[in-house]
Design a protein around this ligand. Sequence first.
Ligand code: GDD
Ligand code: MN
Length: 362
Amino acid sequence: MTLRLAIVLPTLDERENVAPLLARIEQALGPRGWEAIVVDDASADGTADEARRIARADPRLRVIERIGRRGLSSAAIEGICATAAPFVAVMDADHQHDPALLPAMLAALEGGECDVAVASRYIPGASAAGLAGAGRERGSRLAGRLARRLARVDLSDPLSGYFALPTARARAIAPRMSQIGFKVLLDLLASAPEPLRVREFPLHFAARRSGASKLDRAVAFDFLVGLYDKTFGRIVPTRFALFGTVGGLGVLVHLAVLALLFRAGDAAFVPAQAAATFAAMTFNFWLNNWLTYRDRRLRGAVALLRGWAGFCAACAVGALANVAVAGLLEGHGVHWLAAAGAGIVVGAVWNYALSSRFVWKR
Ligand code: GDD
Ligand code: MN
């Protein structure tokens, strides 16, 4: 029997869930014609080791372990690109998604009835019982409404983490995707060159079997970032917009420290200005590390110290470029405000380019 379907299972601390899930997949699909791919981000609980242990006895399971990387979206895409199967499904590894839907989803795809089969929590016959708490369900519905505008197709659950499609199609769309955060399906639908034909299948979204959810505030933030990326990202790249926002906040920090030392305290202007610059750079480094480059976050004292020094150096070069450009323009009769503005933009682009390249390098 040839390989028809790959089931991609992104995992983060799902050690106890893998073996029983494999058994349930086999129950749904039969013994052959499928493979499951665990894409693990170096889970602390040894999920990858456990998956490799299972895979030695059962080659239908494959394991990709990623070191120093994080993210459900990018894990799903990596799994999708790692299979030779003509169809691919993405599914949570925590048993919230019922593998019993797989045969119907696969049949719809093989019959050409749709481009994407989506397991939905919000159509008749489905339920979202597994969403612990009314707040979480309300959040999910609100995010869903925002997402539907972007998806360009009418579907009840664009944030579902359980869907299937032809692998070649996913591979073709993948380079256009932003691959940020949790919203793989939405990213796929919004990034496809033409609207995809979707068919939904009612899912009873169950409670997770073991372990805890990884959807936290950071993921909610990623969702907003993803929305920005899909709407304005082509005009002002998302990361640069974040970097610029952080820079703006840094100006406020600078002014606050300056006011505190120079106006309220009795420091002389130059040391106060130096201290304010220092405080703003440190603040910007911290916030950029936490927000703008959260996917490449520097951790540990040595990496942080080195990163911070590099960031300050990048800022110094940026400041030189800023002053040089502003001075040149002002010297040629450009209004001082416009000259200063141009200097700031040039300095920011410099800072951004240098710190992407040298501080938060891939
Ligand atoms: N490799 C990898 N890397 N896997 C991850 C990561 C990550 O950074 N974060 C989460 N996962 C895995 C989990 O181990 C689990 O198998 C699956 O992705 C879903 O994560 P959960 O933490 O269980 O998410 P949830 O149940 O709170 O969220 C569900 O509902 C969302 C919409 O409300 C998921 O189905 C999401 O896909 C869905 O968007
Ligand atoms: Mn879950």
